[in-house]
Design a protein around this ligand. Structure first.
Ligand SMILES: *Cc1c(COP(=O)(O)O)cnc(C)c1O
Length: 352
């Protein structure tokens, strides 16, 4: 069996759109795409009179080197959000198939499934937010085509042990794709599980430049998966997904000095995370500081709503996560600069 047997048959059979940029190669006088022959006004638009490369080789190569995969195992999209959407659209038939998630977790998996009219099956995380592999397997039905696992998990911050992920990968073989969302793995004390894609054709890994690489505004996210899965998703992806200025921003960030800066910030965030976790634990009104392997900390308060409002009144916006299961008393606080973090602590301590 091929992993593509899990995909929607009409997507496999579809003839993809063939863009002017895909059909043309070489040439100096480009009169094939109805573009403007003139550069746009202003410095910011240099190069933008032409449609961009759908998957720019320089960016694909830089990301493949960064993530330790081969070019054909990688798809670059507008944030990992786009990869989630493409996966759901390619693998879930509307009104028939489903995804499986473990709440409390990132909201986009369910949103993309609902837009596609795919089912959303939930297997709750354990009360300590550990992944319960047996609960996931017990919740599996033949309709489930995609199982999303988020590690470190958003909004709780917990890392899922590699052994649990691998056990799930083995058990899902031939049944569903396992998509491991590693949006925050740069902040974790464990390595990426990207190596799984060489051993399991039904495993995909999501990575993003939005968090550790400071490029949320550029919308550059990546799916690492078997080459056939990547090729299938490219068929349904819009012809020119990546704006040229965003590609250039990503290439700058991935240059050697850009990488050095990102690593410095990651180290600083990890140190600040430890400082914040220790300090928050002593603040009156704090019930629990959840252990985090990400660039945020989820904190339980005696009165989370009041704390949220007090921080807001001081100009500090945190994320209210009380609507998530088992987080009815929690706020999620992103790690900022040392000065910003100290400000959070000052406001919380004033309110004892
Ligand atoms: C932030 C985040 C993403 C990244 O989304 P982008 O579209 O790449 O910005 C993906 N997954 C999780 C769990 C996140 O928290």
């Amino acid at each position: 069996m091929s992993v593509l047997d899990l995909a929607r048959p009409e997507i496999r059979a579809m003839q993809p759109y063939s863009s002017a940029r895909m059909e043309a190669s070489g040439g100096q006088i480009l009169l094939n795409a109805n573009e403007s022959a003139w550069a746009p006004f202003g410095e910011a638009g240099v190069g933008c009179n032409r449609y961009p490369d759908p998957q720019p080789a320089a960016l694909v190569d830089a990301l493949a080197a960064l993530y330790g995969v081969r070019r054909e195992q990688l798809l670059v999209g507008r944030g990992s959000d786009e990869a989630i959407d493409l996966l759901v659209r390619a693998f879930c038939r509307a009104g028939e198939d489903a995804i499986l998630i473990q709440p409390p977790t990132f909201g986009m998996y369910a949103v993309c499934a609902r837009i596609q009219n795919a089912g959303v099956i939930e297997a709750q995380l354990a009360t300590d937010f550990a992944l319960d592999v047996d609960a996931v397997l017990a919740a599996m039905t033949p309709a489930v085509k995609l199982v999303f696992v988020c590690t470190p998990n958003n909004p709780t911050g917990q890392l899922i042990p590699a052994a649990s992920v691998e056990r799930l990968a083995k058990a899902l073989e031939g049944r569903a794709l396992l998509i491991v969302d590693e949006a925050y793995v740069e902040f974790a004390d464990a390595p990426s599980m990207a190596g799984l894609i060489d051993r399991y054709e039904h495993v995909g890994i999501l990575r993003t430049l939005s968090k550790a690489w400071a490029l949320a505004g550029a919308r550059i996210g990546t799916l690492l998966a078997h080459a056939e899965v990547i090729a299938l998703l490219r068929r349904i992806m819009p012809p020119y997904p990546l704006p040229l200025p965003c590609v250039e921003a990503a290439l700058a960030a991935l240059s050697p000095p850009g990488q050095a800066q990102a690593r410095g910030h990651i180290d600083q965030i990890k140190a600040e995370r430890a400082r914040m976790a220790d300090a928050l634990a002593t603040v009156p009104g704090v019930r629990e500081v959840l252990p985090s392997q990400a660039n945020f900390i989820a904190v339980r308060f005696d009165d989370a709503a009041a704390v949220y409002q007090r921080l807001l009144a001081a100009g500090i916006v945190v994320r209210d996560v009380r609507r998530y299961p088992n987080l009815g008393d929690a706020l999620r606080i992103t790690i900022g600069t040392p000065e910003e973090n100290t400000r959070v602590l000052d406001v919380l301590e004033q309110t004892r």
